[in-house]
Design a protein around this ligand. Structure first.
Ligand SMILES: Nc1ncnc2c1ncn2[C@@H]1O[C@H](COP(=O)(O)OP(=O)(O)O)[C@@H](O)[C@H]1O
Ligand SMILES: O=P(O)(O)OC[C@H]1O[C@](O)(COP(=O)(O)O)[C@@H](O)[C@@H]1O
Length: 315
């Protein structure tokens, strides 16, 4: 089974560690490091670390290629990116060493024209074979319409592949409003993204579960709602459950959601039952949290974390 990821708006994540983040004041950074990132890139990195063959496509700028070419090659990821003139954006991640919280400043990124989108679409449809898994993840370049993921999902599905979508705002709303033949197989909104779609705060666990069930009723086979340190909800035809993260030393939360998506994909690849799939997804996230960048510890460590994860049925 082939696995591919699409990142239309990748980023170099520049993490700046501060003693304490105080808006409006001058900061002297403790340290700074950079990782090749963007949601589909991170998902591909985690899947490669787990040992699955994976191809990554999307759009990258030619002028700051090195972090991407080095990372993709070091991890053995099949590099199917389309390169265009200009620089891939750099996103700032301000890590407060006191609280451990990260403040994200995500830049808009390169604008792309119709011919570039067509080039990426051709690569994606070539990768989307019958029975394969295709991850569409992250923000859209500003020049693309919000319906971009909805359209690509329909085309990828028509080729017999399953789509896992991690999107937000209008792009997510458009993908969820697509007809039954163009809906993703699985989605992973976080609480904020689910609230945006629902149009109201979802404070109570029952409200979150209700919103997730409404998405499943639309025709999405697997809905995973990530809740940061509270873990994640999983809703599918097999039932509903809440999985809780293990106690973890957090090196960086950047890419935790992407690692969760990678764990979902690895679970779908192995056709795991829902509780085991949830454990694997949370184990990927916990494994990544202990490291900077989109990096997982070895398989035995991740499997060991998965065995520790508590899963409560919600039915
Ligand atoms: N501070 C944390 N402590 C423990 N686990 C965490 C923490 N932050 C994230 N996680 C794990 O990572 C997953 C994804 O994180 P989340 O912040 O919900 O995603 P996103 O980055 O997409 O908003 C969570 O479901 C949880 O398992
Ligand atoms: O495409 P977006 O929505 O701007 O997000 C891109 C950012 O999200 C990340 O993929 C991290 O995402 P998560 O922390 O949600 O897993 C970063 O690598 C990147 O800077």
């Amino acid at each position: 089974m082939t696995i591919s990821t699409l990142t239309l708006n990748p980023a170099i994540d520049q993490t700046v560690t501060l003693d304490a983040l105080k808006p409006g004041s001058v900061h002297r950074a403790r340290s700074v490091w950079s990782d090749a990132g963007g949601k589909g890139v991170n998902v591909a990195c985690c899947l490669a670390d787990w040992g699955l063959p994976v191809a990554a496509t999307g759009i990258l700028g030619q002028d700051n290629a090195a972090p991407f070419t080095q990372t993709l090659s070091a991890k053995g990821i099949d590099d199917r990116f389309v390169w265009i003139p200009g620089e891939t954006r750099t996103n700032l991640k301000l890590l407060d060493a006191g609280t451990g919280d990260t403040t994200d400043i995500n830049l808009p990124g390169l604008d792309i024209g119709p011919s570039t989108l067509e080039a990426v679409r051709a690569v994606l449809l070539d990768l989307a074979r019958d029975g394969s898994l295709v991850v569409l993840a992250g923000s859209l370049p500003r020049s693309l319409p919000p319906e971009t993921y909805a359209r690509l999902t329909g085309e990828v599905r028509a080729r017999g592949a399953r789509v896992v979508l991690d999107a937000s705002g209008p792009a997510l709303a458009a993908a969820l409003a697509a007809g039954p033949g163009a809906l993703p197989y699985a989605i992973k909104p976080n609480r904020h993204e689910l609230e945006e779609w629902a149009g109201r705060p979802l404070g109570e666990p029952a409200a979150l579960l209700d919103a997730a069930r409404r998405l499943q009723a639309l025709g999405i086979a697997l809905v995973c709602v990530s809740l940061g340190e509270a873990g994640a909800l999983f809703v599918s035809g097999e039932g509903a459950l809440h999985a809780f993260p293990p106690a973890t030393r957090v090196a960086s939360t950047v890419g935790a959601g992407d690692a969760l998506v990678a764990g979902l994909v690895a679970g779908l690849h192995d056709a795991l039952p829902l509780p085991e799939l949830a454990r694997r997804a949370l184990a990927f996230a916990a494994g990544k949290l202990s490291r900077t960048g989109a990096n997982l510890p070895g398989r035995e460590t991740v499997d060991g974390i998965a065995r520790e994860i508590r899963v409560d049925p919600l039915d």
